[in-house]
Design a protein around this ligand. Structure first.
Ligand code: BES
Ligand code: ZN
Ligand code: ZN
Length: 495
């Protein structure tokens, strides 16, 4: 998709689709809309004052061949109430317009770039571009009868601030593409998106952006003593991989490590999950998918930081050689773990990556994982649960969510949560003894492996997908926390 700007008058622009965003419950039309209203002999006012269009967020109303305009179609799209506005209203509007354009087979659309208080020209461009890219995403590669429909090739914005809107637009195209990349990997079935497949994706990113990529196989993991990760892979015939991607720009002053849980299918192991909803567990690598997509973004945005991506990848299957509940395993950190529930496997993978991260002497480490049903039950799809011991880094994450369309919510990680993860017969246990607070005790377990650097854990079990169309995203995976992390990595000083 291309992103352009123009200063031409909206009435005179020859476009397949002229898109006019409007707030709901407004007494008067904004200046940009007044001109279109005048050119169409009051059509806008008529529509907005009747019952046809309430301008609720993402609501649309199309006029075909509008009299007085050079555009072939005029689309009114809602931004909701002005006092509830955030940049996500723009994303939803752009997503709705783009979906409509795609359905009609249109090649381009032109947005009237409203002036909105608190929205910089950059943010306007970014949100519109991102909305269009995520809005037109569809997963149809396994449909043998899929039509090669014409793609929406360009989005244009009418604005006097060409440079800034274009800068934002270019960034939005990239972040939107990265988000879609994560969504696709999460939807890819587990017989395709195997640990080895994730490694080939990492290698491709490395070759596109001149990053370094190393993929550790079982033998190398054994040599390093990654017994916790290997214990998860034991029940599966599909070999595990530990993927390392290094973005090492010259002159980088800070090092950030990002870690994504790459569990390509979570059957639960011997602590087998029930069959209802089991197919969804192909998406248990959403953290790993996000880490790969973030590395793609780091490369495409040419970020100046040193960013290391680690993806411990494995299946969790029952099998004759699978880990038994009660088994004790030894992690690379030297800590022993009593595996009381083989379905609490994500923390075993992350523990190894958190230890591996130490070798980079990082200024900050972030991990992303579909870790607990508990977090999903608490926050649903509305926010990523964040945990950590370093309040400064937590604040940086909270701050980085601003204007990204993503939400985080801090949940507690207290000493009691850590204590609950100590075993009677080994150093740690992988589940508590009915302590409750499952998302926090999981974070407590991880914290024993993340003691050498500032660290934030993000539980995306709920936020990695939406159950129905939500904020411009169709049902399914949404690529959390790609937008938030790219914003953080791009803009936020860590020292
Ligand atoms: N991958 C699951 C968590 C999950 C559940 C993600 C639902 C998305 C939706 C994780 O490996 C798991 O099974 N966690 C268990 C931990 C429990 C055994 C302590 C859980 O949350 O039930
Ligand atoms: Zn599990
Ligand atoms: Zn899992």
């Amino acid at each position: 998709m291309k992103f352009e700007t123009t200063t031409a008058a909206a009435e005179k622009i020859k476009t397949e689709l002229l898109v006019l965003p409007l707030f709901s419950e407004e007494k008067s039309l904004p200046a940009e809309a007044k001109k279109i209203d005048a050119a169409t002999s009051g059509a806008i006012r008529k529509i907005t004052s009747g019952k046809d269009f309430a301008a609720e967020t993402g609501e649309t109303f199309v006029i075909v061949e509008p009299k007085g305009l050079a555009a072939k179609r005029l689309l009114l799209v809602g931004l909701g109430k002005r006092d509830k506005f955030d940049s996500d209203a723009l994303r939803s509007a752009s997503s709705a317009a783009a979906r409509l354009a795609k359905k009609q087979g249109l090649r381009e659309m032109t947005f009237v770039g409203l002036k909105i208080k608190g929205v910089s020209p950059e943010l306007l461009g970014k949100a519109l571009a991102e909305g269009a890219v995520v809005g037109t995403y569809a997963y149809d590669k396994h449909k043998t009868d899929r039509k090669k429909s014409a793609a929406l090739g360009a989005i244009r914005v009418i604005t006097p601030h060409a440079k800034a809107v274009k800068t934002g637009g270019a960034e939005g195209l990239i972040t939107g593409r990265c988000v879609n990349m994560a969504r696709e990997l999460v939807t890819d079935p587990a017989n395709i998106a195997t640990p080895a497949y994730l490694a080939t994706v990492a290698k491709k990113i490395a070759s596109t952006y001149r990053m370094k990529c190393r993929v550790l196989g079982k033998a190398e993991m054994q040599k390093l003593g990654m017994g916790a990760l290997l214990s998860v892979a034991k029940g599966s015939a599909t070999p595990p991989k530990f993927i390392v991607l290094e973005h090492n720009p010259k002159g980088a002053k800070e090092t950030v490590v990002i870690i994504g849980k790459g569990l390509t299918f979570d059957a639960g192991g011997i602590s087998l999950k029930p069959s209802k909803g089991l197919a969804e567990m192909k998406g248990d690598m959403a953290g790993g998918a996000a880490a790969l997509a973030i590395m793609e973004g780091v490369g495409a945005l040419k970020l100046k930081r040193r960013v290391i991506g680690l993806i411990p990848a494995s299946e969790n299957m029952p099998g004759g050689n699978a880990t038994r509940p009660g088994d004790v395993v030894k992690s690379m950190a030297g800590k022993t773990v009593e595996v009381l529930n083989t379905d609490a496997e994500g923390r075993l993978l992350l523990a190894e990556a958190l230890t591996y991260a130490e070798r980079y002497k990082p200024d900050a480490v972030f991990d992303f994982a579909t870790l607990t049903g508990s977090c999903a039950a608490t926050l649903a799809h509305l926010a990523t649960g964040i945990f950590g011991s370093n309040e400064r880094l937590i604040e940086i994450v909270k701050d980085a969510q601003t204007d990204t369309g993503e939400r985080v919510w801090q949940l507690p990680l207290w000493d009691e949560h850590r204590e609950a993860m100590k075993s009677e017969i080994a150093d740690l246990r992988n589940i508590s003894d009915n302590f409750g607070a499952g998302a926090s005790t999981a974070a407590g377990f991880l914290s024993f492996f993340a003691e050498k650097y500032p660290w934030v854990h993000m539980d995306i079990a709920g936020s990695s997908g939406v159950p129905k169309l939500h904020r411009g995203f169709a049902k399914g995976p949404v690529g959390a926390p790609v937008r938030l992390m790219l914003n953080l990595l791009k803009n936020k000083p860590l020292k």
